[in-house]
Structure formats: C-alpha cells, structure tokens
Design a binder for this molecule. Structure first.
Ligand SMILES: Cc1ncc(C[n+]2csc(CCOP(=O)(O)OP(=O)(O)O)c2C)c(N)n1
Ligand SMILES: [Mg+2]
Length: 701
C-alpha cells in the first residue's frame, strides 16, 4: 500500500512508521464512528507522540502486562481512550485475569475495538483498571491520572530504595502520563506536580497534548497560564515539541527526560486536535463526537489511506510493533525474571516480601504484636488507639506506607518505630509521607501507590474528606485497597466549630459503592477494625476515628469486639435475649448507647445495644449468612433507636420508618463538647426518652 502523506516529518520517517501511526489514528476514528460516541480528536493529534513513546521507549512486555518493573503509561486524558485501546491492540498486549494469571489471549482484540463503548466490551468509554489488561489506572475524571502517575513514580523510587541491592537492580521503571488541557487546568494536577517537583521524581514524565482545544472551544476562553513557567516554578524540567508530527523531535524530548536525573520532566507537545481532518482539525467539534462518515473519508484520503476501509491494520504493522516494543519488552522482562531468580537465592526474605506484595498477601505473623486495651472508663480517642495499632503491625508489614495532609500529629498516623523514616527527595526509602496540605493529590497518589502493589494509607480530618472524594471514589471503582484514615469525626471536635465538624460525610461515604466505612467504638474495636482492613485485597476503607477520648468498654461484661468483622453485633443484650427496644450506634455513640442501656436496665426495661461499625460489612456478612440479620436485628422488635453524631440519612433502613434517629439535622456549633452534646441531644437521658417513646409506640403499632 502506498502512503502519500502520513506525517509531516522533519526527519526521515520510514513508511512503516507512517503506516503504524495512521493505523492508530484510523482505528480511533473508525471505532468512535461505529460507536457513534467517543473522542477522536486528541488520539488523532497525539498518535505520533504515543507511537514514539511506545515503540521506541516504553519497557513493557505485551505478554506480561503486570511484570513489576514495566514502565507505566497512564492516559490521564481518559476520554482519549481509543488511543490506548489502539496501542494495546496493535502491540498485542495479552490479558491477565483477576488472579493475576496470564491467559494468553489478547487484552483488546480487533473485535473489541469494533465494540468500543458497548455493554461488556473490553473497550469501555474511559479506561478501566482491572477490566482491560494493560490499563494501569482508571482515568476520565481529568487530572486524576496525572496524580496517580506521581504515586507510581513514588513507588518506583520507594521500591528501588527498599529492594534493589548492590548486586541487583530490580526496580528502575519510568512512569509516563499523557494529559490534555483539561488535566492541566484541574487543581489536582497542580497539587500533584508540586509534590513531584518537591520530591524530585526524575522517573516521572508528563506529556502535555497542548492542542489548545477543550469542549467549549479554544482554551483562551478560560486559560492563559504560562504552563512552562509554572512547571519550572515547581522544579520540573520543561521541554517542548513544536510539532506533534515530528517523530524525531518527540524522540529527542523523551531522551531529555531519560537523561534528567534530578527532577520530573514535562514535555509540552504543540499538537492539532483531529490532525488531518479537513473540516474539523483544530476545532472543538473534534473533541467529543464522531467525525462523520464523509469527514472520515476525506481524512483518510489525506492520510493516503483507502477511503472506505474500516478498522484496517495494514500488513506489517503488527510485526512492526512486535519487532520494536514487543521485542524490547520481552527481552527486558526475561532478563528481569532471571535476575529475580538469583535475587531470591541471595535475599530470600526480600524476595518473599515482593512476591506477597504483588499478590496482596500479608507476611506470616503480621499481627503478632497487636496491643490489647484494658477496660478504662476514661479511655482514649480512637485516633490514639489506631495510631498504636498501626505502629504495632506496620513494623511487620514493611510495605505499609503512608502519611497525612499535614495533620499527622492530629491523626496519629506517623510510623514512629526505628527505621520507618521519612520519604524525601533523595531519601526514598522512608515510610512516612508528608503530602502537605494537598488532600486531593494525596488520595490520588495513594491510588497510584495502591496499583503499584504497596499498601498505602493517608489521613486527614473527616470533614476534609470532601477535598479528596473524587480520588476516593476511584479507589472504590478500581477495587483497590487504599486506606483512608479520617479523624475528628463529629461534633466531638467541639470548639473548632461547624467548619470542622463533619455532619453529612458519613452518609456520603456510605453512598459510594464498594467503599467500606468503619467507625469503631473503642480501642478494642479499633484493633479488630485494623485486622479486618489489612485483610482486604480489593476494597478501599474509610476508617472513621474520634478526636475525643472514648471509654474502653469492659469486654468481660459486654460482647467481644470480634463482632466488628461482621459489621454489626450485639454488644449488650437484654437478659434472656428478649429485648423490648434496640439501640443502634456507631463509634463514639456506642458508649452513649451503653449508658442509656444501663439506665433502662435499672428501670427494668429490656434493651439491646447493637454496635454497628460498618453498614457495608454488615450487609456483606448478611448476604452470605442470611440468618445473621435476624440474630442481630430481630424483625419482631420494631422499637428501635439509632444514635450517631451525623446526618441521619439512611438510618431508617435499620430502625424502620417509625424508628427514632438521634443524629444531626443541622450543622454543629463552636463550643466545648459537653455543651454541644446537650444542645444536640446526645445524652443518656435523651436515649432513654427515645427508647421509652419507641416502646410505647411499638405497643400500639
Ligand atoms: C474532572 C472532569 N471534569 C470535566 C470532565 C468532562 N470533560 C471531558 S474532556 C473535557 C475537556 C478536556 O479538554 P482537553 O483535555 O483539552 O482534551 P481535548 O479536547 O484536547 O481532547 C471535559 C471538560 C471530565 N472528564 N473530568
Ligand atoms: Mg485540549
């Protein structure tokens, strides 16, 4: 086949390269047209850049897309998903299943490109982690991928620092992220870039598709940043490719990245959206809709492509990718595994850690040093007990790493044992991270760490979970076990007032599918909560902790905290197990429920206290043990009271439409906690009154 104009190249470009680039372009155009939905413009503009990166640089073995030392490619501009799918297809990336087993079949066969955006296809609208092998992280919400890539680049450094030995370099992978104007505008990318610069993450390269077009039109509508200067200010190395079609210029820029050892690199690529489309190039019309049959024909004519051919992969193109990226990746992977075999012999302990980490398994005896807490009426904040528990097991799980958005002294998340250290520029083995006041980037970086198979946690006040919610949502969507520690979990914060008192946050976190929220009641429940969390392989958890001290309950008198693993359990029961009223509570309100229970008991009223640290875990447990719900919440007992210092949204599910909910209907206020508890009705007397009222009403139902 003859190629008339494939690329306006300055240097010599072989016909097969032009053919390969235009195959990427035309697959994208055809798939979007067939789906009658999608984003053709950016893939058409960036195909040459992506081609050079994949074919000439990326160290990626298509036969093993989860090889630990592979370079990562993140498509932060997730709407350009067809670009990634085309690359996965043309390079022959193979599928792995959920158990990390290699299946031998293509991750994205041509039929799946033809089924772009259809139900159940491997080519959903935006790239989805754990669904399409070779997709390193789910992207689409702009900016997230960029911040994820920082997490991956952190992991590259951290793993190198911890696991490379003088004889063996196991980790030295690079992380590339491709982004557009949208990613650049989003706040999260600014936070993430700032951290990447601060940490001097030289293994990180962002490639900016500067086509100056977004949905509403030219970027000048809303954007006049001098991006290069901005990134230089962050401490990045900035380089520019003045013509996205110039393969050699792209190569030179990537070489500059490879040679830069002390800072991350931003490559600004001046590109044209929908390059080659005679009527749509450089217009926002090419951003998010099919080009149209006629425009596609004209564009293909421009490319020297058969005008009516669809989903055409010309002879030689697959082979070309096999000879380039495929061969390079395969050889590197083989050599790596050979090296790893030797490494296993010399450093069996470290090798064992890496193997477990990859499979999300825990070391033997990881929990052997967990503390126990004696009954104590004064007790301690669950943030305090959590800090102790975290330190006790993190010692034995070397890849548990994390930090806070400048709140570690308050969230109690610092790892304080010998050798924990701080992650810093040039000292990359530390386990404590200082994310600064950047909650959103913190969470997305945690996700980048999670997909790199270390076990990360991050912390802030519960009220600021809103600042990172988009990334937390993606943890759940990606089914990765990122751990969020949210302290200062209610009006219990007291004097800091309503700006710092979460109200609606619990309800809104519970609304995220797949996220486990856990709000332990005392130190014993904290221990059990952490045991549960650490065994998660695919679910993120929001651990909700109090600032204020909570009594450590006497577990000889009340039930064992092991019930946490069932999400809800009977903590204190009526004599004979025949309650008149159920008191349901979580976290700091469980001891209040107990106080109410004791008062009721003294009056001869039979109450049951159900501690309910996790709705999600309870639901999951009941699904698999259907009788358990009835054991805990007998349906014949309709007198029910829920007690939680938060929005009552959702509690009717457990107390019924006629049940009582003691919670927050408004924002809180600034005052000492005692005054707030009285003002908002969190007193034993209020619990007793509600319980009696419920019993009375139930008798008339
Ligand atoms: C956080 C977020 N906000 C909004 C959107 C919707 N959206 C998708 S693409 C896009 C414009 C992106 O422009 P650019 O990155 O320049 O992509 P291009 O048009 O060049 O392909 C917007 C607003 C989104 N995906 N994520
Ligand atoms: Mg753009």
């Amino acid at each position: 086949m003859s190629v008339r104009i494939g690329l306006t190249v300055a240097g010599e470009t072989s016909p097969i390269e032009k053919l390969a680039v235009n195959t990427i372009r035309t697959l994208c155009m055809d798939a979007v047209q067939a789906a009658n939905s999608g984003h053709p413009g950016s893939p058409m503009g960036m195909a040459p850049t992506a081609y050079v990166l994949w074919q000439r640089f990326l160290r990626f073995d298509p036969d093993d897309p989860i090889w630990p030392n592979r370079d990562r490619f993140v498509l932060s501009a997730g709407h350009a998903s067809m670009l990634l799918y085309s690359l996965l297809h043309l390079t022959g990336v193979k599928a792995v299943n959920r158990k990390y087993e290699r299946l031998g079949e293509l991750s994205v066969p041509l039929e799946e490109i033809k089924r772009f955006r259809q139900l159940g296809s491997k080519t959903p609208g935006h790239p989805e982690y754990r669904w399409t092998s070779g997709v390193e992280t789910s992207t689409g919400p702009l900016g997230q991928g960029l911040a994820n890539s920082v997490g991956m680049a952190v992991a590259s450094r951290w793993l190198a620092s911890r696991y490379n030995t003088p004889d063996f370099t196991l980790f030295d992978y690079d992380v590339y992220a491709l982004c557009g104007d949208g990613c650049m505008m989003e706040g999260i990318s600014n936070e993430a870039a700032s951290l990447a610069g601060h940490w001097e993450l030289s293994k990180l390269c962002w490639i900016y598709d500067s086509n100056q077009i977004t949905i509403e039109g030219h970027t000048s509508l809303a954007y006049s940043d001098d991006v290069a200067t901005r990134f230089m200010g962050y401490g990045w190395n900035v380089t520019r490719v003045g013509d996205a079609n110039d393969l050699e210029m792209v190569e030179r820029a990537l070489k500059v990245f490879k040679e830069t050892r002390d800072r991350p690199t931003l490559i600004i690529v001046d590109s044209h959206i929908a390059w080659g489309a005679p009527n749509k190039q450089d217009t926002s019309a090419a951003h998010g809709e099919p080009l149209g049959e006629e425009e596609i024909r004209l564009t293909k004519r421009n490319y020297g492509w058969p005008e009516d051919a669809k989903f055409l992969v010309p002879d030689g193109v697959y082979q070309h990718f096999r000879d380039g990226m495929g061969k390079r990746g395969h050889e590197l992977r083989e050599a790596w595994f050979k090296r790893f075999d030797e490494y296993k012999k010399k450093s069996p302990d470290l090798a064992d850690q890496l193997t477990r980490m990859q499979r999300r398994e825990l070391p033997e005896g990881w929990d052997c040093e967990l503390p126990t807490f004696a009954p104590d009426a004064k007790g301690l904040g669950t943030r305090e007990s959590s800090g102790k528990v975290l330190n006790a097991f993190a010692k034995n799980v070397p890849w548990v790493i994390g930090g806070a958005a400048d709140l570690a002294p308050s969230t109690k998340t610092r790892l304080a044992f010998d050798g924990a250290g701080d992650f810093e520029a040039g000292s990359y083995g530390g386990r404590n991270f200082h994310f600064g006041i950047r909650e959103h980037a913190m969470a997305a970086i945690l996700n980048g760490l999670s997909v790199s198979k270390v076990r990360p946690y991050g912390s802030t006040f519960l009220v600021f979970s809103d600042y990172l919610r988009p990334a937390l949502r993606l943890s759940a969507l990606m089914e990765i076990p990122t751990i969020y520690i949210f302290t200062h979990d209610s009006i219990g914060v007291g004097e800091d007032g309503p700006t710092h008192q979460p109200v609606e946050h619990l309800a809104s976190l519970r609304a995220i599918p797949g996220l486990i929220t856990l709000r332990p009641a005392d130190a014993a429940e904290v221990v059990e909560a952490w045991k549960f969390i650490m065994q998660r392989q695919h679910e993120p958890v929001a651990l909700i902790l109090s600032r204020q001290a909570l009594p450590t309950l006497d577990r000889m008198k009340y039930a064992s905290a092991e019930g946490v693993a069932r999400g809800a359990y009977v903590l204190a029961d009526a004599t004979g197990g025949n309650p008149q009223v159920l008191l349901l509570a979580t976290g700091s309100e469980v001891s209040l429920a107990i106080d109410g229970y004791e008062k009721l008991k003294a009056e001869g009223i039979r109450a049951r206290v159900v501690s309910m640290p996790s709705w999600e875990v309870f639901e999951y447990h009941c699904k698999h043990n259907p009788s358990y719900r009835e054991t805990v919440l007998p349906s014949r007992v309709t007198a029910r009271v829920s007690i939680e210092q938060a929005s009552t949204l959702g509690w009717s599910c457990y107390v019924g439409m006629d049940g009582a909910t003691i919670g927050m209907q408004t924002f809180g206020a600034s005052a000492p906690l005692k005054a707030l508890l009285t003002k908002y009705g969190f007193t034993p007397d209020a619990v007793v009154a509600a319980a009696k009222d419920q019993i009375r009403k139930a008798s008339t139902r």
